[in-house]
Unconditional design. Structure first.
Length: 143
């Protein structure tokens, strides 16, 4: 099951234009936890808004539901849990790619979100990959 996931992540990252202003996972991981939370929240809202703008309000509602529903006893929603797992797989894939080729394009947080949503039947428009282009961290990075 791991190989198809990694293949999806790599193909998702390569399908986005070079002009995209997404956040590399390695940079995201250095951000303060509060800034990371803000970034992910903006990604979720960006997914909803790009889907709505593309005339796919039903899928935007699915995103909302995915990031709202929690199982009893869980601190996080289904969407956050699945996103964190997707991000972990993307980190692993990114590290492997860079070991093979130091000049390989780095995977981005948006790739992990897109893969997770695709697994839930929601394909994001290309415009999603730039929704956080103007994001600026409020706190200093972690060491």
């Amino acid at each position: 099951m791991r190989a198809p996931t990694l293949a999806i992540i790599v193909s998702a990252s390569l399908s986005v234009s070079a002009a995209a202003q997404a956040m590399e996972i390695r940079k995201f991981d250095k951000m303060d936890l509060h800034d990371q939370g803000d970034y992910v929240e903006l990604l979720i809202r960006g997914a909803e808004s790009t889907l709505t703008a593309a005339g796919r309000a039903d899928e935007a509602a699915q995103v909302e539901k995915l990031f709202t529903i929690k199982d009893p006893g869980d601190r996080d929603s289904h969407g956050i849990i699945e996103f964190e797992l997707s991000l972990a797989h993307a980190r692993e894939a990114d590290a492997r790619r860079v070991l093979k080729d130091a000049n390989a394009p780095r995977l981005e947080v948006e790739d992990a979100m897109a893969v997770m949503l695709k697994k839930n039947g929601i394909a994001l428009p290309d415009s999603f990959f730039t929704v956080n282009a103007n994001f600026h961290a409020k706190l200093p990075p972690r060491q």
